[in-house]
Design a protein around this ligand. Structure first.
Ligand code: GTP
Ligand code: MG
Length: 542
């Protein structure tokens, strides 16, 4: 049994100034109204076109041969310029058998990225680790080794989490820091698991994980007192749900975990209590609970109601699916494999050329393709493509890839740059117009021109300044208010002009939702969520 771990870390952007002249085209009010619906309280509209898991994208991955460099240790690459910690990921790739299985089956199955979110200690890593164990990727011997190691660290019950928490720091503290990435398969689907940290200090890492995901597993602890702490104001259950929705996680599986705990004992009352408290909150966060959310009870630690349904003798009242079934059944809106190619770069390293990592948000890529690295417009050629651990000739939207490029040095790429089609490159701007929903300003501050925050948009982390408030949106009528707006407070929706120091790649939310939605954070707190509504018509000299 080989357990290989590659670490990935993403820094922030450097200096690459350009002169840009901006003009904006006027946006009609009806557009703004539509935008509001789709930004916050929308999800019903987003998911009209559904895809059958069986027939999704069978053509998009052509396997060539095995990846030769997957045990690579990747070093931290650039200096952070913000108080937020660096965004980090780590690769958890378990067993050789699973890789060779993917070589033969990879062509026929759809692929989904699942982010595990929820309050600290809810059981995300334990559940993720259990999934790998139940899907045959971790053997008993490895589990025994982890049991011993966890015991030595006086963290007996953490052994399952050790499958995902591979860093010493994570194991000692019992807390995920870097997003763990692993792969498993069910009958119809290849899944990439992204195990996000729950602790509030690592929210930027969670944002990075969620921004790569199609669906979310929201893990809630049913243990007495733990659900309550996570759900409190300031608890990460709330923040994660809101961020996931903003970052484009359109479907949620809400797993009520720790059902085996002695304070719960598979109690229907406790399960119902959590469901009834979570439902209004999920609705207010923009999820259509009937269509986009599925609740189910599990024990991540015991592996119950996960691969097979929980025994009736233990939980007589549960008639729904187990976790694997529920994951298999999730349907998401298909992406366009023929759209212009867009892959935000989350990390890069040197390996027989320059290798970039990221998730394809639009279009497809083939070996030999000529592409641009934006915003610095560097012409590059695709030498090789790796999907999970396999070399492939071609890959479509939604895939997590490593792409080896020629024509660019590793030092010239920063996280948040976008690998982009030459014919229709992604927009690169230093200002844009956006619609913001103000969540909670620090110390009840007012939000006005001159407000500074850290912008998180796809893989970009960049300081920004609100330079002009254009108009406020009436929360009742959802229409722009006539009165001139100088400042707004918590809860307001406002359209404003935002500037960044360095050119960033973005798109209008209406065109590429994943590249057009963002969060604003300051001093470790998410203060607003937003989406890009207008980009300047640019004439730029690089
Ligand atoms: P962070 O990464 O820090 O956000 O935590 P996490 O959500 O990944 O939680 P983790 O998997 O590290 O588990 C935290 C604690 O909860 C450990 O002691 C686990 O053994 C325990 N735990 C997780 N799942 C279960 C479960 O199903 N039942 C019981 N009884 N304990 C569980
Ligand atoms: Mg964890």
């Amino acid at each position: 049994m080989v357990q290989q771990v590659a670490k990935e870390s993403v820094g922030t952007k450097g200096n690459h100034k350009r002169t840009t002249i901006f003009t904006y085209t006027h946006t009609k009010r009806t557009d703004i109204e539509e935008d509001i619906r789709s930004l916050q309280l929308d999800s019903a509209e987003e998911n009209n076109g559904v895809v059958n898991p069986g027939d999704a994208r069978p053509e998009e991955v052509e396997v060539v041969d095995k990846m030769e460099e997957d045990s690579e240790e990747v070093q931290a690459v650039s200096q952070p310029v913000h108080p937020e910690p660096k965004v980090k990921h780590k690769e958890v790739s378990a067993v050789e058998d699973a890789e060779s299985q993917q070589e033969t089956e990879g062509n026929n199955k759809r692929h989904l990225n699942v982010v595990f979110i929820g309050h600290v200690d809810a059981g995300k890593s334990t559940t993720g680790g259990q999934i790998l164990f139940l899907s045959g990727q971790v053997d008993d011997r490895t589990i025994q080794k982890y049991e011993k190691e966890a015991k030595d660290k006086s963290r007996e019950s953490w052994y399952m989490a050790y499958i995902m928490d591979t860093n010493e720091e994570e194991r000692i503290k019992g807390k995920t820091v870097e997003v763990g990435r692993a792969h498993f398969e069910t009958e119809t689907t290849r899944f990439t698991i992204l195990d996000a940290p729950g602790h509030k200090s690592y929210v930027p890492n969670m944002i990075s994980g969620a921004s790569q995901a199609d669906i979310g597993v929201l893990v809630i602890s049913a243990r007495k007192g733990e659900f309550e702490t996570g759900f409190e104001k300031g608890g990460q259950t709330r923040e994660h749900v809101m961020l996931a929705k903003t970052l484009g996680v359109t479907k949620l599986l809400l797993v009520v975990n720790k059902m085996d705990d002695h304070t719960v004992n598979w109690s229907k009352e406790r399960y119902d209590e959590i469901e009834s408290k979570m439902t209004p909150f999920l609705k207010a966060s923009g999820y259509n609970v009937k269509k986009d959310v599925q609740f189910l009870p599990i024990s991540g630690l015991m592996g119950l109601n996960m691969k097979t349904r929980v025994d009736k003798s233990l939980c007589p009242w549960w008639n729904g699916p187990c976790l694997f079934e529920a994951l298999d059944r999730i349907e998401i809106t298909p992406r366009d494999p023929n759209g212009p190619f867009r892959m935000p770069i989350i990390d890069k390293f040197k390996d027989m050329g320059t290798v970039v990592m990221g998730k394809v948000e639009s279009g497809s890529v083939r070996e030999g393709d000529s592409l641009l690295v934006m915003p610095n417009k560097a012409q590059v050629k695709v030498l090789a493509i790796y999907c999970d651990d396999n070399r492939v000739r071609h890959a479509g939207p939604g895939e997590n890839l490593r792409i080896r490029l020629s024509g660019i040095e590793e030092e010239d790429i920063l996280s948040g740059f976008v690998l982009s089609s030459v014919a229709k490159p992604v927009a690169a701007v230093t200002e844009f117009i956006a619609q913001l929903q103000i969540l909670e300003l620090l110390d009840n501050a007012i939000f006005t021109a001159g407000y500074k925050a850290v912008l998180h948009i796809h893989a970009v982390v960049e300081e920004c300044e609100i330079v002009e408030l254009l108009h406020q949106i009436d929360l009742k009528t959802k229409k722009p208010m006539k009165k001139k707006v100088l400042f707004v407070k918590n809860g307001a929706i406002v359209v404003c002009r935002i500037q960044v120091n360095n050119s960033i790649c973005t798109e209008k939310f209406a065109d590429f939702a994943q590249l057009g939605r963002f969060t604003l954070r300051t001093e470790g707190k998410t203060v607003a969520v937003g989406k890009v509504t207008e980009l300047p018509t640019v004439s730029s000299s690089a």
